[in-house]
Write a protein that binds this ligand. Structure first.
Ligand code: FAD
Length: 435
């Protein structure tokens, strides 16, 4: 008898889960659902457009979606087009891989002023995500502020600072590139409430700001500690040491000829967004780190800016019927309840790179197998047939893997200049390309 599995979300964690299921159940059928017509989650809509090689990891996942045992059902949102209960009833196991890409709030006055954007929206905008293509961010002044000291914050600063020539070969949305290139940018400030040792960025991404065409990184030498102190060991400690080396190198650089300055500002926490009808600046408070925690000092300073972009972490947004526990779907090592499981960022929160999701998804599939091997467990669900009927009755235009290839071909045909393709920015445009 075949086993029928559903995976909700075609980002890295969902695709690694599909691979693990296929390896362990050679005769199984796997239906992979995604609310967006085009697959692969943050590979398409999160990874920076100038990190084009990273985006190529999608190729390996494409091979999985092309297998006979696998069906891709794009443009199907669970919670809107199908319910959690319907999936639970029809599949032997359902694996939720819906990510956790909804912005966490700063919780300070002025946060709702026009000109404040979460990284999820801002990154989605320049990556042509259908939910954010109409963002139209206010990049009309010389200064922008980015809150956060992780790789996403670095991505945002770098994309703002790069020239059009440096963005060649990237898959940034053409309209976003125009807005960014027209910004009269002079300064981008990246703020972290803790210090360089606690920063979440990695040496490769940090090193990329060394030789930008028009932008110099400004680091205060006095903010860089001599060594890594705290509870860090092994690989993590090595990463932190490399970060400090690069930061020291940046602090020693003098590049007055560059027109854009990227300020790395540690030990400062936002307390208020300033402005009447829109963002005009931000009030920051100096902090000090005590036992790894940022502690306020009562000393404030203001920075004028036209926009503030926050990159301070994300939370999951599960469909009705799934429990939320702070930022993730409530789970025990990936088990949710009954025949439902969770993997990836929706399981463990918004941390880890694409490869991190591999072992994580495999560990959850091991538990799923353990559960299916228990006495009394049966493989008796009908699989996708009833689901197909429900989707057809509800007039949902399900996007298949062949449709994905056709949309991709149209995007490649729409490419301008040296860009590999021009992504459609709305679901309607994607579906129109199929007519
Ligand atoms: C801005 C940014 C840049 C990054 N850059 C890098 C990088 O350069 N290198 C790297 O290795 N890692 C990078 N990462 C991390 C990497 O993207 C994540 O580790 C990875 O994408 C997490 O995978 P996931 O499958 O859990 O979630 P996601 O990739 O978010 O996939 C979730 C999928 O679920 C779908 N979905 C959500 N809700 C529903 C629903 N209700 N119904 C149906 N489908 C749904 C979404 O459309 C999406 O396709 C970056 C992350 C961010 C945020």
């Amino acid at each position: 008898m075949s086993a029928y599995f559903a995976i909700i979300g075609s980002g890295p964690s969902g695709m690694y889960a599909a691979d693990a299921l296929l390896k362990n159940f050679p005769n199984c059928k796997v239906d992979v659902f995604d609310k967006i017509p085009m697959p692969f989650g943050l590979i398409r809509y999160g990874v920076a457009p100038d990190h084009f090689k990273t985006k190529n990891t999608a190729r390996q996942f494409m091979r999985t979606l092309e297998l006979d045992q696998v069906r891709y059902l794009g443009n199907v949102e669970i919670g809107r087009d199908l319910s959690v209960e319907e999936l639970k009833k029809n599949y032997d196991a359902v694996v939720y891989a819906i990510g956790a890409y909804n912005d966490r709030e700063l919780g300070i006055p002025g946060e709702n002023l026009p000109g404040v954007y979460g990284a999820c929206a801002f990154v989605g905008w320049y990556n042509a995500h259908p939910d954010y293509h109409e963002l139209s961010p206010m990049l009309d002044g010389g200064n922008a502020v980015v809150i956060g000291i992780g790789n996403v914050a670095l991505d945002v600063c770098r994309i703002l600072a790069k020239t059009r020539t440096e963005m060649r070969g990237s898959d940034i949305a053409a309209s976003a590139l125009d807005v960014i290139q027209n910004m009269p940018i002079e300064e981008v400030h990246m703020f972290g409430r803790r210090g360089p040792v606690e920063a979440g960025f990695t040496p490769k991404e940090l090193g990329e700001v060394r030789d930008l065409e028009r932008c110099a990184a400004i680091v205060k030498a006095e903010q860089i500690p001599n060594k890594v102190e705290g509870d860090f060991e092994g690989r993590e400690k090595g990463i932190k040491e490399k970060n400090l080396t690069i930061l020291r190198e940046l602090a020693a650089q003098r590049k007055p000829e560059k027109s854009v300055k990227m300020h790395f500002q540690f030990y400062a926490s936002p307390v208020k967004i300033l402005g009447r009808d829109r963002v005009e600046g931000i009030r920051m408070e100096h902090t000090e780190v005590i036992d790894g925690r940022a502690v306020a000092t009562g000393q404030f300073f203001d920075i004028p800016c036209c926009s503030v972009i926050t990159a301070i972490g994300y939370h999951a947004n599960p469909p009705e019927g799934l429990p939320l526990n702070r930022a993730t779907i409530d789970n025990t090592f990936g088990r949710v309840r009954d025949n439902m499981y969770v993997v990836g960022w929706a399981k463990r929160g918004s941390s880890g790179t694409i490869p991190t999701n591999g072992p994580d998804s495999r560990s959850v599939i091991d538990l799923l197998i353990e559960d299916l091997n228990k006495d009394g467990a049966t493989l008796d669900k009908p699989g996708g047939r009833t689901i197909d009927k429900l989707l057809s009755d509800r007039n949902i235009r399900v996007v298949s893997i062949d449709d994905v290839k056709r949309i991709s071909a149209a995007e490649i045909a729409n490419a301008v200049d040296d860009h590999p393709w021009e992504k459609f920015t709305s679901i309607n445009d994607m579906l129109a390309a199929l007519n």
